[in-house]
Design a binder for this molecule. Structure first.
Ligand SMILES: *Cc1c(COP(=O)(O)O)cnc(C)c1O
Length: 292
């Protein structure tokens, strides 16, 4: 299977010109960069595989994308996660809900990675958390090749790429396959943790990490994140993801003055997962407002 190239758009935000690569629009059923990371798996024959087994968080974009892949290919899908809150079990929402609709079997386990590797027979395909593995390079290189064409077509001088990282797999393989600077930031752990993750996948040159004094914890709600997310939506007409993108934009705006060249922001999808984050944000900030 191949994907048509995703749109490449010119925007202005806070008076600054910025291009946005719309990988969120890559495929209706896959979360942008997960489609890139799983591209290789989508193209293999895997005659022996009957089941895909993976692990991660209970609202993961990768989890949903794997459920789509399993359905498309007639495989079973088993997924391990640490914990599913009772509230979510009773009120399924977002990626969790849609993956269940694709017949995902989800199992709570405190040693989710070890449990995943217990299922390691010939007929099982094991996929690392968030698709953090070498096979991801295949699809990310396709993205890199699209970007080269986009940049040439638009005649962009001195471009640089920016995208927020989870595992860092996408940023790392973009840097490996592009002759331009790639900047990223950590959103899941701290910057040291992101560097460790880079080292585990590859020994190539690493993307440059933009840091911040303030620590942002993954999945935690920040008023400034929500405000910025809404401003981006109003100003550019683009709905970004609520897990990675707000922190990505906050750290980008901290450094943008000092970065030379024309920025290209990679929108990596994940908007399906917004449902649950949006509910949480609205409960926290919008109802506060109503009460006042
Ligand atoms: C998975 C994901 C990321 C992180 O990608 P990595 O390759 O793990 O760094 C960023 N943004 C969105 C929307 C994602 O779904």
């Amino acid at each position: 299977m191949t994907f048509s190239p995703s749109p490449f758009e010119k925007h202005t935000f806070r008076g600054r010109e910025i291009y946005v690569k719309r990988d969120d629009a890559l495929h209706v059923d896959f979360s942008g960069n997960k489609a890139r990371k799983f591209h290789w798996f989508l193209n293999q024959k895997f005659p022996h595989v009957k089941r895909v087994v993976s692990y991660g968080s209970n609202q993961s974009n990768a989890m949903y994308s794997l459920s789509v892949m399993a359905r498309m290919r007639g495989w079973k899908f088993v997924y391990f996660c640490n914990h599913i809150p009772d509230f979510l079990k009773q009120n399924p929402v977002g990626n969790y809900k849609y993956a269940l609709e694709n017949d995902m079997e989800i199992i709570e386990s405190l040693q989710r990675r070890e449990d995943t590797y217990m299922y390691n027979s010939n007929s099982d395909l094991i996929v690392e958390e968030g698709g953090r593995q070498k096979e991801a390079e295949f699809g990310v290189k396709v993205l890199a090749d699209e970007l080269k064409k986009d940049i040439e077509k638009e005649g962009i001088e001195n471009p640089y790429i920016y995208l927020p990282s989870g595992t860092g797999t996408t940023a790392l393989f973009l840097q490996k396959n592009l002759p331009f600077r790639v900047f990223t930031c950590s959103t899941v752990g701290d910057d040291e943790y992101l560097k460790e993750q880079f080292k585990e996948i590859s020994e190539d040159s690493f993307p440059i990490i933009l840091s911040s004094q303030k620590k942002y914890h993954y999945g935690k709600l920040y008023k400034e994140s929500y405000e910025l997310w809404k401003e981006l939506q109003e100003d550019m007409g683009i709905t970004f993801d609520l897990m990675y993108d707000p922190v990505g934009w906050i750290k980008f705006l901290l450094h943008v003055e000092g970065l030379e060249g024309t920025p290209i922001y990679i929108h990596q999808g994940g908007v399906l997962g917004n449902e649950s984050m949006k509910q949480r944000y609205e409960r926290k900030y919008e109802t506060d407002k109503n009460r006042r």
